[in-house]
Design a protein around this ligand. Sequence first.
Ligand SMILES: Cc1cc2nc3c(=O)[nH]c(=O)nc-3n(C[C@H](O)[C@H](O)[C@H](O)COP(=O)(O)OP(=O)(O)OC[C@H]3O[C@@H](n4cnc5c(N)ncnc54)[C@H](O)[C@@H]3O)c2cc1C
Length: 456
Amino acid sequence: MDYDVIIIGAGPGGIFAAYELSKENSDLKIAVFEAGNELSKRKCPIDGVRVKSCINCERCSIMSGFGGAGAFSDGKYNITNDFGGTLHEYIGKEEAIRLMHYVDSINVSHGGEGTRLYTTANTKLKTICMQNKLQLLDASVRHLGTDINYVVLENLYTELKEKAEFRFCTPVKHIEIVDGGYKVITDEGEYTASKCIVSVGRSGSKWMEQICKELDIPTQSNRVDLGVRVELPAALFAHLTDELYESKIVYRTEKFEDKVRTFCMNPKGSVVTENTNGIITVNGHSYEDPAKQTGNTNFALLVSKHFSFPFKDSNGYGESIARLSNMLGGGVIVQRFGDLIRGRRTNHNRLADSFTIPTLKAEPGDLSLVLPKRILDGIIEMIYALDKIAPGTANDDTLLYGVEVKFYNMEVSVNERLETKHSGLYMIGDGSGVTHSLSHASASGVFVARDILGIS
Ligand SMILES: Cc1cc2nc3c(=O)[nH]c(=O)nc-3n(C[C@H](O)[C@H](O)[C@H](O)COP(=O)(O)OP(=O)(O)OC[C@H]3O[C@@H](n4cnc5c(N)ncnc54)[C@H](O)[C@@H]3O)c2cc1C
């Protein structure tokens, strides 16, 4: 065998697997194959001047490379079993929380010291939410911020590159079962190892489908989350964000009894675009450094849809809706809440008059021509519900950007050790469908590393 362990993907799942393996056994020969670039070479060409929008690079620097999809993210590490994945269903609730705290301690010791850990424990806001038919989910969240998150990754890479062999710009094409282990096939060559950890995230979803078919590993369709990103003056949400940073709030609509939830809250942050396989959607982030903060807070409002029969392709449904918004707006569409409820599009004049200044240059338009009525009705209801705990949320000038889509990978069939039916082949992180967040993906990496090492 060329290596003891081959890890495919250098996102949080792969990084933390490599970290734990090399920390506990420095004799192990570990290789990490990554489709994207090393961290310092990850540069998105959009500069707002020469390149204004996505040019669909062969390797998207935002989604691929050391640090994975989370490298330029807000770096919010939520320590909770209530959202962010279903890792606890495999490894148990206590173990999942323990590992997420362990990951947090590593982040803190690699540059995250000085950042704050927020918690919902003992907050009065929970009662206020309940009184208004809203449910505040329990969590602790470490907000590293886009800037410190990058520093932590730099420090982890400096340490890891001495202990593991990183092969960047080397996507794995196929995995084959060989006597005593696995062979990974790349354009540069073929390499064997007795254990293989696959952690290819969302950008590797199509590839995962192919690999699961080739290795006869059962899969199940997953859900898709659809909605909008809300942007409003930071002062309106300050009582929530100052205490909790990010609040995950769930509302059950009166009309359809659908659940709408807040997601990825960015106090004093910016709204940004995201490119998933050529489809432009919206996202948000914020910096820890006050000099880079804005006067606005943004968060997503999402509704989950899961298709099973006869149509199974939940992601395909989300993609079609995102494509529709891209067709009508050339990318992301922005609409004032006041225009949406009056049934008219936002145009450039109305947007220019808005008291809320947008942080993303998006095309003013009409989201009711894009989002299905049921989803849009739910979002409007939720905005009025939030208005009761954060008056001003339902102001005319609250900006809605669409569409926000959270694609989830299909769920790969793995056992309680996150191992596939093939002994020594593990599938972890967002690519396995088990996790959907930085904390859960990282914890899954530590978990399988310990499983391979025979420690728990
Ligand atoms: C803009 C943005 C903001 C986010 N903000 C947050 C946040 O604040 N908090 C949070 O919890 N989550 C956030 N997320 C989600 C979070 O980034 C992911 O949940 C997390 O990165 C998943 O980790 P992972 O290791 O499973 O996969 P990824 O991070 O996706 O890493 C997978 C890696 O595998 C590589 N790869 C894919 N296919 C192959 C192949 N065939 N061969 C070799 N390599 C391959 C990819 O290039 C990639 O680098 C955000 C995501 C985005 C896009």
